[in-house]
Write a protein that binds this ligand. Sequence first.
Ligand SMILES: [Zn+2]
Length: 108
Amino acid sequence: MEEGLIKRMIASIRCGSCGQHYEEAHIDIIEHSEELWFLKVICSSCHVGCLVAAIIREDAKPEVITDLTEAELERFKDLEGVREDDLLDMHKFLKDFDGDFPRLFNQG
Ligand SMILES: [Zn+2]
């Protein structure tokens, strides 16, 4: 998967704050390993940053996980050995999550 392709894919999603599409110029690839991509995007309209985690497989529909703010991104950067299973868990988790990140992180 080329960086240009993944940026185009991320640019097709919308900012969670204002609904604008992200622009490729404001998408930074933090790291990727095989099917897993972590990207940081900054909305060009409202300047809210967020983390995008994407699972890209050649033979399947890409799965994009968003809705993490810059502060939460810092938390994830400190985590070691994030595996695909972890992301899938996170994806399921975010579907039901009520947005109370402080409570979540204080548990740990
Ligand atoms: Zn925005």
